[in-house]
Design a protein around this ligand. Structure first.
Ligand code: SF4
Length: 366
């Protein structure tokens, strides 16, 4: 009989639902057991083997492991897997002596990474101990990508972010700040052995309705959050509408409440069971008295003489048609006053810097 290969993530599909549900296949039972034994350094390092940023994820992960937790079948709630990761991170001591040694003799392979967000940092974390030389090109003056520019500091304190990023940069990564890559052809000519594009989905989706471009008080959610993170924006009007109901919308409404928004409403086209935001993000927003308005489909920005007055909506009811698709029936119309609107209806990739003839094939997600 062959011994069980616990190195194969598929093994956990059969026995540990939460570990299988975690995209990084983090050894959840293992680290929770170590926390129970107050072995926080060990618990942190067991996490770090597979998920790179335990302190950051312990605060911000979308926790697909928790709906899979088997305790959820016999009790109301699953084990607080995500928050326990934070416990391991917050109570750890100095774990740096336990990090892998970085070989002084390199293996001769040079890797370029585009963007210093979590994807490129993970590539660097995995390749530096193997002797690769990793160069990261970052357009901003600091690393972190959307972890830095889009997750508000009240959810992710900067010291937690910088500490875990420094663990990786201190391995000797060559990071070039204020160095946006503007041409893939140029990058391919620089003599790297491989190029990793880790630039994420940096473009917020537009909502092209009448009035969209008649005022400067309509913001794209991820750009607005970035502007707050950089300190360029430190106030917003009192009456704010946030369009969209995903986790970015939750960050936008909670940030608005902190910098001047007193009447902040999140406007959702559908009803709660269809919301994209995680239940705990919704709970946090509702606790902060953000109003979440269901079944309102936006139709128009109302702008008078360049001044935003609010938005018009169709009030709708959703039902399944014969093909099983959700369709809306209009019941009524409604006007909501607002002096600022934040659009948080999704993000998409953007590669204007990759030339059509650079030798790279794209699909519809370009
Ligand atoms: S909290 Fe996130 S990283 Fe941690 S085990 Fe769950 S899914 Fe994986």
């Amino acid at each position: 009989m062959e011994p069980t290969n616990v190195g194969n993530p598929d093994y956990y599909h059969k026995v540990v639902d939460c570990q299988w549900a975690c995209p990084a296949h983090t050894n959840v039972p293992g680290y929770i057991r170590l926390i129970a034994q107050e072995r926080y350094d060990d618990a942190y390092m067991l996490n770090w083997e597979s998920n790179v940023f335990p302190g950051i994820l312990g605060r911000t992960c979308d926790r697909p492991c928790e709906p899979a937790c088997r305790r959820g079948r016999v009790e109301d709630k699953p084990v607080a897997i995500c928050r326990l990761k934070r416990v391991a991170a917050d109570l750890r001591g100095d774990i740096t002596p336990r990090f892998p040694e970085i070989p002084t003799k390199k293996n001769g392979k040079r890797i370029a990474c585009v963007g210093a967000g979590p994807a490129s940092l993970t590539v660097a974390r995995d390749l530096m101990p193997l002797g690769y030389e990793v160069t990261i090109f970052e357009k901003n003056d600091r690393p972190g990508g959307l972890m830095w520019t889009n997750i508000p500091q009240f959810r992710l304190p900067p010291e937690v972010l910088w500490e875990e990023i420094d663990y990786i940069l201190d391995m000797g990564v060559d990071i070039r700040y204020n160095a946006p890559v503007e041409s893939m052809k140029w990058l391919l000519e620089q003599g790297f052995d491989a190029v990793f594009v880790g630039s994420g989905a940096p473009r917020g989706k537009e909502l092209r309705l009448p009035g969209r471009y008649d005022t400067d008080r309509i913001y794209i959610g991820i750009d607005w959050l970035e502007s707050v993170a950089f300190g360029h924006t430190n106030a917003i009007e009192e009456n704010v509408l946030v369009i969209g109901v995903g986790n970015t919308a939750m960050d936008c409404c909670r940030t608005s409440k902190r910098i001047g928004g007193t009447n902040v409403k999140v406007m959702a086209r559908k009803s709660k069971p269809y919301f994209k935001a995680s239940p705990w993000e919704l709970e946090d927003a509702e606790e902060e008295l953000v109003d979440i308005v269901e079944n309102h489909s936006p139709t128009e920005f109302v702008v008078e003489d360049g001044v935003l007055r609010g938005m018009n909506f169709d009030i709708v009811d959703w039902h399944e048609n014969d093909q099983g698709r959700l369709v809306a029936t209009k019941l009524d119309e409604a006007f909501f006053p607002a002096e600022a609107v934040i659009l948080a209806i999704g993000q998409e990739t953007a590669f204007p810097w990759i030339e059509d003839d650079a030798g790279i094939e794209f699909n519809k997600w370009r």
